[in-house]
Design a protein around this ligand. Structure first.
Ligand code: ZN
Length: 147
């Protein structure tokens, strides 16, 4: 494993050990639950959206290191972002973890680029993003990832 890969792994491990924004927002305007049956990851995302901007976001749940770290890094990336921007980031993140070229600067989220080599892990990394998309969508429903 090269140095860069080690560094990336450290970020993921750190966010798994100390998840950021691990909370339920009492002032949530949007919320959704997600479940990845392949791995057993479960997540609840709550958002406080004001004037089309995500003012605050929190998540709770239990899952593998990838799913927890992904949700933690996602909450940091989405705070203070307009919804349209957040959805563009979701598309770019999905491209990144499925081995495509993201059409958006992903910053810290690029630590998950290695996930594309492990197809079974892609849903662990994207579960939180799909859950946010469901929370922000018009049809609020629980997300269950499928093959
Ligand atoms: Zn998982």
């Amino acid at each position: 494993m090269n140095e860069l890969a080690d560094l990336y792994q450290e970020v993921i491990l750190d966010h798994n050990r100390k998840p950021r924004n691990f909370k339920k927002l009492e002032s949530a305007t949007h919320a959704a639950n997600g479940h990845n049956p392949l791995c057993g990851d479960r997540i609840t995302v709550t958002l406080d959206v004001q004037d089309g901007v995500i003012k605050d976001i929190g998540f709770q749940g239990a899952g593998c290191a990838i799913s927890t770290a992904s949700a933690s890094l996602m909450t940091e990336a989405l705070k203070e972002r307009p919804i349209a921007d957040a959805l563009a980031l979701l598309d770019a993140f999905r491209d990144l973890v499925t081995g495509g070229l993201p059409g958006h600067d992903l910053g810290k989220l690029e630590v998950f680029s290695g996930v594309s080599e492990y197809p079974a892990r892609v849903k662990c990394a994207t579960l939180c993003w799909h859950t946010v998309a469901a929370a922000l969508g018009e049809h609020r429903q629980d997300v269950v990832t499928t093959e």
